[in-house]
Design a protein. Structure first.
Length: 524
């Protein structure tokens, strides 16, 4: 009996050793991919590749990319390895332009794996690729024109007034406030009103139902962590095991809410100036298209993805787009406003300049915040752009090569299936393009300074046909929020305000760690 047990242990140990050795050899061979092709690389760690932090500690890979970007200084591209295979880091703005615009047909995919039949909310514009993405983008582009943004502007302004009122009630005692929470509630009110057509009133009632469900979208849970890990390690398993970042109960809630809203409006002939109404018009083929410039550009750039297969706007499609409107517009906007107010608190001279401009322009427009007034606030726009430079909401993005291509301007051939990484944060903090990059300086975005650097060294919203479709809305939402704060308050650093902004490196979106504590003083 003892001999049998001993023999079994030896055989098991030998089997495990062989498996481990085989895996080691596999990774060693896999991790020679770029070296064989003459592409500069950084030595990977078996079996984690160049991203051990994201796999072991849950760090957002985008922050590891910043250090890797610096390691490739002087090169246009660099070869990296995820656990699942090779990736190519793009460092040169001209190469990035080729990928995002000139050779878009080779890099239209984000490389995401999902099953939108199993989880309809995953079938949104950010995740889709190929013909399906192209058909949906063409249909949605007319919704996000300047004319349509002006339709929703009134609702955003009302939410801005609620933000101001909520802050006025909270600063009487002079204690520091966690302003990020107020900004998140403001963003939730804006998105619930414009995307879902409901009055959430989070600023008046922080525990509103919509707010509670919204929190659950971003609350970490086991299935979400598993899905994120599988997207990095073995993407094919995401589809096989029907994994999704969206919890089932959250999905049911949002789908039900959209369905009930659409059915109620159609049954009672209710119309509102919001995103939901435009989606209903798309579904019923009654949407008028007055502005065609963006659409013409998109159709020209994506012509090779065109298909004659009909694409209908169903209830599930509406729910998915409303949902991504929420997750994209909620975190990104509230975080951007928080970082902006943080920098203005640290730079009182800049804050006073913004406030002087706001006062002058609003006075010109009868004291009201109008769409035209916002477009006249040039220094506010510079402050907004500089905030996005230092704190881009999405610090890095991925594209998947769909057809093998030799990258123009390099000797590198990118094979089908290889991911290319665009290091947005690293570009924005590169002293080559932005001297003293850790210094907040809105004048970097004067016309003169813009002309000194490559266009694609600044891409907070992406570029090309996959440019963030909600860019105009995000700018409108953020600026209305900032105007309502700065027109009534002086923003000051508090004892809880860090000298350097602390970033939550585990968050997918650029997020202040531990909130944003500031002092607000009512203006006399």
């Amino acid at each position: 009996m003892l001999e049998t047990t001993h023999s079994w242990l030896l055989e098991s140990g030998a089997t495990i050793a062989i498996i481990l050795f085989s895996l080691y050899v596999y990774f060693k061979i896999s991790y020679s991919y770029w070296e064989k092709r003459g592409v500069p690389t950084v030595k990977p760690t078996v079996p984690f590749g160049n991203f051990p932090g994201s796999i072991i500690s849950g760090i957002n890979p985008a922050f590891e990319i910043v250090d890797l970007y610096k390691a490739f200084k002087g090169h246009k591209v660099g070869g990296l390895y995820k656990l699942s295979g090779p990736s190519l880091l793009l460092l040169d703005p001209d190469v990035i332009k080729d990928v995002l615009v000139k050779n878009f047909e080779y890099f239209y995919s984000r490389g995401r794996v999902f099953d939108d039949e199993y989880e309809p909310l995953d079938g949104h514009l950010f995740s889709l690729s190929g013909t399906k993405w192209r058909n949906l983008r063409v249909k949605l582009t007319p919704i996000f024109t300047t004319k349509k943004m002006k339709m929703m502007f009134g609702a955003v302004v009302e939410c801005g007034k609620d933000l101001q009122a909520a802050l006025l009630k909270s600063v009487d005692n002079g204690d520091p406030i966690e302003i990020h929470d107020f900004l998140a509630r403001y963003s939730t009110d804006v998105i619930s009103s414009c995307a879902f057509g409901i009055q959430c009133n989070c600023l008046k009632n922080p525990e509103a139902e919509f707010r509670q469900w919204g929190r659950r979208v971003f609350a970490p849970h086991f299935r979400q962590r598993m899905t994120s890990l599988m997207q990095v390690v073995f993407p094919s398993l995401v589809y096989t095991f029907k994994l999704s970042l969206v919890p089932r109960e959250v999905s049911n809630y949002f789908q039900r809410m959209v369905r009930e809203t659409v059915e109620y409006r159609e049954k009672h002939n209710v119309e509102r100036n919001d995103f939901m109404q435009l989606m209903i018009q798309l579904k019923n083929k009654t949407l008028s298209i007055a502005e065609e410039e963006d659409l013409n550009y998109l159709e020209k750039q994506t012509d090779k993805l065109k298909s004659n297969v009909p694409f209908e706007i169903s209830m599930k499609v509406i729910a998915a787009q409303a949902f991504v409107f929420f997750i994209a517009g909620f975190e990104t906007s509230s975080n951007t406003m928080a970082f902006c107010l943080y920098e203005l608190a640290r730079h009182p001279d800049m804050q006073e300049r913004v406030r002087t401009e706001i006062d002058a322009v609003l006075q010109k427009h009868g004291g009201e915040i109008t769409y035209e007034a916002i477009t006249e606030m040039e220094y506010l726009d510079k402050v907004f752009c500089e905030t996005l430079r230092m704190y881009p909401p999405v610090p890095a993005v991925t594209r998947e090569c769909t057809k093998t291509i030799k990258l123009p301007g390099t000797d590198v051939t990118v094979e089908k299936g290889v991911h290319v990484l665009l290091p947005i944060l690293a570009l924005h903090r590169d002293p080559k393009y932005y001297p003293d990059p850790e210094r907040f300086d809105p004048e970097r975005f004067s016309e003169e300074e813009r002309k000194k650097r490559p266009q694609f060294s600044y891409i907070p919203f992406g570029e090309g046909p996959r440019l963030c479709i909600g860019m105009r809305f995000a700018m409108m939402q953020v600026k209305v929020g900032l105007i309502n704060v700065l027109s009534k308050f002086e923003v000051q650093a508090s004892d809880k305000t860090p000298p350097i902004a602390e970033i939550d490196t585990r968050a997918v979106i650029m997020t202040p760690k531990g909130g944003m504590w500031l002092n607000l003083v009512k203006r006399q």
